[in-house]
Design a protein around this ligand. Structure first.
Ligand code: CP
Ligand code: NVA
Length: 303
């Protein structure tokens, strides 16, 4: 049987996502079952992480498995051992590989050379575990999500690109307000539109947020863009999510952020800590949704 990887939300159908959400709800009610008993999962990190690392480690342990963290800089990867060699070695010892890296082609290379499932824990292009979990959180709040509009304010980054993929699979409308030059990935956008997704990219944050059921944002400079912080601060200065912007959203709108957040930059303290913010719920649900993803890709989804 051929193994399956989770590199993008597009690797799942709407029906499969429904099953993952059902399992996530079950996991939240108690223990997730022991489908990883006797199995080892390696977590390869080429960038920093708090939520992703700990939620995967704890989730794997709750499922009876053994998580092994490999920090690239303290391994032979950091000394230049080819990724294709690392992939075959890790796949020999472990039953799955979770990886956070830079260029998306690196995780594709890992998936190509590893004979076990590879799960994307963030690349420069996509952050599918985050957004799948965010859609789970939002779907619990909103009765008919596919009939509503979700807004994205700020950088057309990895998280934004995964929201575009999610809109294509789950059918909700997505409006993104990005400064000129910081729009989402063109190929991701075009593929979503070809799949019939209702996606619009604009510059005015108020146009995107108007009547939206969720207002989403993220940092202005992602990991790896540290030297662009000053130019980005200038380009994004009118893209802060504040109470005024939340005021044009739907009356039942929530504020979402994948975290970590920079208060006073992309979001005000008031909004982040306010009653409409569901950021803590989003972070907690990462645990249950990722357990369901592991369960699905290691046990069920083999073709
Ligand atoms: N949201 C998220 O992926 O957080 P970490 O970078 O802490 O893993
Ligand atoms: N866009 C951010 C998300 C961090 C979870 C980054 O890539 O740094």
């Amino acid at each position: 049987m051929k193994k399956k990887d989770f590199l993008s939300i597009l690797d799942l159908t709407r029906e499969e996502i429904g099953r993952i959400f059902e399992k996530a709800r079950e996991n939240r009610r108690g223990m997730p079952g022991r489908s990883l008993a006797g199995k080892a999962v390696v977590l390869v990190f080429e960038k920093a992480s708090t939520r992703t690392r700990i939620s995967f480690e704890v989730g794997i342990a709750r499922m009876g498995g053994h998580p092994v963290v490999l920090a690239a800089e303290s391994s032979q990867m950091g000394r230049g051992e080819p990724l294709k060699d690392t992939a075959r070695i890790l796949a020999g010892y472990c039953d799955a590989i979770v990886m956070r890296t830079f260029e998306h082609t690196r995780i594709e290379e890992m998936a190509f050379f590893a004979r076990v499932p590879v799960i994307n824990a963030l690349t420069d292009l996509l952050h599918p575990c985050q957004v799948l979990s965010d859609c789970f959180t939002l779907s619990e709040r909103v009765v008919n999500l596919s009939a509503r509009k979700v807004a994205w304010i700020g950088d057309g980054n990895n998280v934004a690109n995964s929201w575009i993929n999610a809109a294509a699979v789950l059918g909700f409308e997505l409006a993104l307000a990005c400064p000129k030059g910081y729009e989402p990935d063109e190929a991701v956008l075009q593929a979503a539109r070809r799949a019939g997704a209702r996606i619009s990219v604009m510059q005015d944050p108020r146009d995107a947020a108007r009547d939206a059921v969720a207002v989403n944002t993220d940092v202005w400079a992602s990991m790896g863009q540290e030297n662009e912080v000053p130019s980005r601060a200038k380009a994004f200065s009118s893209y802060q999510v504040d109470e005024v912007l939340m005021g044009v959203a739907a009356p039942d709108a929530v504020f979402m952020h994948c975290l970590p957040a920079h208060r006073g930059e992309e979001v005000t303290e008031d909004v982040l800590e306010g009653p409409r913010s569901i950021v803590w719920e989003q972070a907690l649900n990462r645990l249950y949704v990722q357990e369901a993803i592991l369960d699905y890709f290691l046990r069920e989804k083999k073709e």
